[in-house]
Design a protein around this ligand. Structure first.
Ligand code: C2E
Ligand code: MG
Ligand code: MG
Length: 620
């Protein structure tokens, strides 16, 4: 090998080795910031990468002695060395200041990017001098003896091979770097990349738009994960297409959540056009293999810098707007406003207070009677939870969704199960006619890994007969995780527990799943009962559900029955059971106990009357 090549090839390799170690170091810090690696793993990789980086840098310094070459690199590298431990110290504090850590990491990333640019420049220079050197050798070879010729040609080949190898390694390291900042499914930059991008906004107005398909969980349940991935791919492709028309930058946050950054203020006419285009994405169906899907989107927007100049707040605000769009029923967009944040503050306060509700005994169960239509007899109760907060009763409609989204539904649901079991045991003990206790189970509670154990414990601790218990679940549960749901339902049925589908007719589902689940009752949602009139479309639905239930051999109960007229219609259509204000509102345990005694008297009277008429008949 000529002296020139001998000198350049190790230098090229040295560059690649240093860049590789630097990249590993940078990745370790970024991953730890995103909490995608544990603290121990971070410390291990970080120490290791730092040692190697130092060693490689020392080697480079020795080989490339021209001060100009290394000056810029040396400066940025010194900053990296100073910022790394600062970042580590910030992240190791008991209360991490995420904002401070983010700023340090941002500076560190800027410095590593500078180093990479300088390394690229150096590499280009070294490669061109190597190739020049190689052609000089070729010239020399022409004038030399054949042995020397052969030797030099071999050296040249080796040199070119090493350059090739070096380039391949750099390419794979660049791929690694790409992967670290991009999502593998869509190849879009991911959440961390988005957060980084937000730290580099100039003074112009920008708007962040977060976008998510409505009822995505239920969609995944219906079509499975593989097709859901295809849906995400197709959706992001459409989002990219429309975002590009308004110079929007697209990022995949997580799941089906997408963020778009527009260089527009949210009052700009172009921005409305951009939003309308996004919203219109779902007007043509998505073709997934042989299935068509209609998808609507919820969009939440927040503007920089008027809503906030801080990246974390900007994102939080857009998120609050997105939540508002979803809560409004989806297929719409919402701009951030201060009141949205106040609402989410209220939600946080509610969540905090709810966290103590069980241990402070603030929850109570009320019980709403259920009746058999044919003989007007009390057959059981639905347990409905109430929260006595500062002396006021809070409706479950206000706190169950919060409990569900925060995960508090698991301990709360466990308490409800135990309390309802304890109560029905008291009422049924020694009674001739056993009553049924219907208990609502929320999706998150049902999907919790400890759910079966919770049910077992409630049964054994209370000593109830499982056939006195009916669990009410919603259609969504069956659609989301059909296999697991079917298995759990089978276990529950095996224990002897009854299973009802609550709010039937309102969910996003196909009727075909009904045959696959061991259901014992359909509960027609009260929205169909409220305005029930013969000949109306609600009447047609109610009649169809009753027929469907009977064909499937399951009982049908109508909830929300308030009027005699509704009762008469439901009786005529052979609905089996009734629940509603017509008979009674939900009652406290004491009042429900009195109700049972009165019902007992009623039954006794009915049977006396029956006996009396039987005597009269036989006498006749
Ligand atoms: P749901 O399970 O469909 O319960 C029926 C709701 O309708 C109850 O409201 C009940 O009071 C009300 N209702 C019953 N009959 C009538 C009527 O004739 N007219 C009218 N206007 N309303 C009637 P509530 O107690 O406010 O509960 C609302 C929802 O909160 C429940 O709907 C259920 O989804 C949830 N929930 C209540 N208790 C629990 C619980 O213990 N656990 C869980 N996971 N969710 C619960
Ligand atoms: Mg219910
Ligand atoms: Mg219901």
């Amino acid at each position: 090998m000529t002296p020139l090549l001998k000198e350049k090839i190790p230098s090229l390799n040295g560059l690649a080795d240093f860049e590789s170690a630097l990249l590993r170091y940078q990745l370790a810090l970024n991953k730890y910031f995103a909490r995608s690696i544990s603290r121990d793993r971070f410390l291990l990789i970080e120490r290791d990468a730092r040692m190697e980086m130092d060693m490689r840098f020392g080697y480079l310094l020795n080989r490339l002695q021209t001060p100009d070459d290394m000056q810029a690199i040396r400066q940025s590298y010194a900053s990296v060395l100073a910022l790394g431990p600062k970042f580590e110290a910030e992240m190791m504090r008991p209360a991490v200041n995420a904002e401070a850590a983010r700023v340090i990491l941002r500076d560190l990333n800027t410095n590593t990017n500078n180093i990479r640019t300088q390394l690229d420049r150096l590499q280009g220079r070294l490669e061109s001098t190597s190739v020049d050197g190689a052609s000089d050798v070729v010239k020399e070879v022409n004038d030399s003896s054949s042995l020397v010729h052969l030797y030099t040609a071999a050296s040249l080949l080796i040199a070119l091979f090493l350059i090739y190898q070096f380039r391949a390694r750099l390419a794979s390291e660049r791929k690694l770097a790409f992967q670290a900042w991009h999502d593998p499914l869509t190849q879009l930059p991911h959440r961390l990349a988005f957060e980084q991008r937000l730290t580099r906004l100039d003074d112009k107005p920008y708007t962040v738009v977060l976008c998510v398909p409505d009822r995505f969980d239920q969609i995944v349940g219906g079509i499975g994960h593989r097709r859901a991935d295809r849906l995400i791919l197709e959706m992001t492709r459409r989002v990219q297409e429309v975002a590009r028309r308004h110079a929007g930058e697209v990022f995949r946050m997580d799941g089906a959540n997408i963020a778009i950054l527009y260089r527009l203020s949210n009052g700009h006419p172009d921005f409305y056009a951009a939003l309308d285009a996004l919203k219109a994405l779902g007007t043509s169906p998505f073709q997934l293999e042989n299935q068509e899907m209609h998808v609507t989107l919820s969009l939440g927007a927040s503007e920089y810098p008027i809503h906030s100049a801080d990246p974390a707040d900007l994102l939080k605000n857009a998120d609050a707007a997105l939540t508002a769009a979803r809560e409004a029923g989806g297929d719409t967009y919402v701009f951030y406003s201060q009141s949205l944040n106040e609402r989410s503050q209220e939600k946080l306060a509610l969540e905090a207070a709810l966290g103590h509700a069980v241990e402070q005994g603030e929850l109570e169960l009320h019980y709403q009677p259920q009746y058999d239509v044919a003989n007007a007899r009390l057959i059981g109760f639905e347990a409905l939870v109430r929260w006595r907060r500062d002396g006021q009763l809070v409706s479950p409609a206000d706190f169950i969704p919060v409990a569900e989204s925060s995960g508090l539904i698991v301990p709360i649901g466990s308490w409800i199960l135990q309390e309802a079991c304890r109560q029905i045991k008291i009422w049924n003990e020694g009674a001739d006619e056993k009553l049924l206790m219907a208990i609502n189970i929320s999706p998150r509670q049902f999907n919790h890994p400890g759910f079966m154990l919770m049910v077992h414990e409630s049964l054994t601790q209370s000593g109830v007969d499982p056939s006195w218990i009916e669990l009410e679940i919603t259609e969504g549960i069956m659609v989301q995780r059909p296999e697991r749901t079917a298995l759990l339902m089978k276990h529950l049925r095996h224990l002897g527990i009854q299973l009802a589908i609550d709010d039937f007719g309102t969910g996003y589902s196909s009727l075909s799943y009904l045959k696959h689940f061991p259901i014992t009752k359909l509960k027609i949602d009260q929205s169909f009962i409220r305005g029930l009139q013969a000949g109306s479309s609600d009447a047609a639905i109610v009649q169809a559900v009753i027929t469907l239930g009977h064909n499937l051999n399951v009982a049908v109960i109508a909830e929300g029955v308030e009027e005699q007229e509704h009762l008469d219609l439901l009786g005529a259509w052979r609905c089996d059971q009734i629940q509603g204000y017509f008979y009674s509102k939900p009652l406290t345990a004491n009042r429900a106990g009195e109700f049972i005694s009165r019902a007992g008297e009623f039954i006794a009277r009915q049977s006396l009357l029956r006996d009396a008429s039987a005597i009269e008949l036989s006498a006749a």
